[in-house]
Design a protein around this ligand. Structure first.
Ligand code: ATP
Length: 267
């Protein structure tokens, strides 16, 4: 396998780990995704940005196998997984941290991590390793996750996905509902995660945060791709136009860069 690309660079050769081609997904009559394509290479952080309802979660959930597309193909490590069941995709190395964490709140921290480890692949991530990464977690292993703060719950959700030893980690809106300082702390863990060989595909409404960590980005608007490229190659104006659509870009750009496009935040 080729070396992982450094931040901002993509391998000139080599195969993508995840190759999504012309993906179309409907929720009933609504076309939530319209021929969206993306290629995620080993070791990179690929960010999907876009406003509420742009189709970001639908994209991640379809890659994880939770929605059935009406068109297009999903290739993972060279194999067509479009019709593969979600648990089989997990076994092949696709794990997701869902929007809103979705922990088992009546279970303890450790029990939640054990759930993630149930059908784990072989690899570097263990519950102990998650405890090493999040220093506070081991001594609170017996606490129910309902008693944790939003940021702590997010950390457990990440840990639960990591202990499955995925090859690609799908992160859905990590920043949602969290104070900026907590968001920084959570994203501060990414280098440690990438160092174990993982590839990350993340969804973010917080555009500044996405641009800070991504090596490649794509913007969705109403289910369609409106921008794709390396963060260093796109201008703020291009991002604004792609995010809001040309007509609204000027009026709403301030909220985009302050990160206040996300819904209400908690501390
Ligand atoms: P958000 O940041 O608000 O989660 P998003 O970019 O992730 O937005 P999606 O959640 O993928 O967007 O939603 C895309 C569109 O599909 C929206 O119009 C949404 O209302 C609709 N939608 C999403 N999930 C479903 C569902 N299960 N059934 C019906 N419509 C859905």
């Amino acid at each position: 396998m080729s070396n992982p690309p450094t931040n901002g660079e993509r391998p000139a050769d080599g195969a993508p780990l995840l190759d999504v081609s012309e993906l179309t997904v409907h929720h009933g009559q609504l076309r939530a995704l319209d021929r969206v394509s993306l290629r995620v290479f080993p070791g990179e952080v690929y960010a999907i940005i876009g406003a509420n309802g742009a189709g970001k979660s639908t994209l991640l959930r379809t890659i994880a196998g939770l929605h059935r597309p009406t068109g297009g193909v999903i290739w993972f490590d060279g194999q067509d997984v479009t019709k593969v069941r979600p648990e089989r995709r997990a076994a092949r190395g696709i794990a997701m941290v869902p929007e809103g964490r979705r922990l088992f709140e009546s279970l303890t921290v450790e029990e939640n991590l054990q759930v993630g480890a149930t059908y784990a692949r072989k690899g570097p991530w263990t519950i102990e390793r998650v405890y090493e990464m999040f220093g506070w977690m081991a001594e609170r292993r017996s606490q129910r996750t309902a008693q944790l703060s939003g940021g702590e719950q997010q950390a457990v959700a990440i840990g639960r996905a990591l202990v499955a030893n995925p090859r690609v980690l799908l992160l859905d809106e990590l920043s949602l509902g969290l104070a900026p300082v907590v968001v920084q702390r959570i994203y501060g863990m990414l280098p440690q995660i990438l160092a174990t060989g993982l590839t990350v595909l993340l969804v973010e409404q917080d555009v500044s945060q996405a641009l800070r960590v991504a090596s490649h980005l794509q913007c969705l608007l109403e289910g369609r791709t409106t921008l794709e490229g390396r963060p260093s190659d796109v201008t703020a104006e291009q991002v604004e136009a792609a995010y809001f659509g040309l007509a609204r870009a000027g009026q709403e750009s301030d909220s985009l860069w302050s990160g206040s496009t996300t819904s209400s935040r908690e501390s």
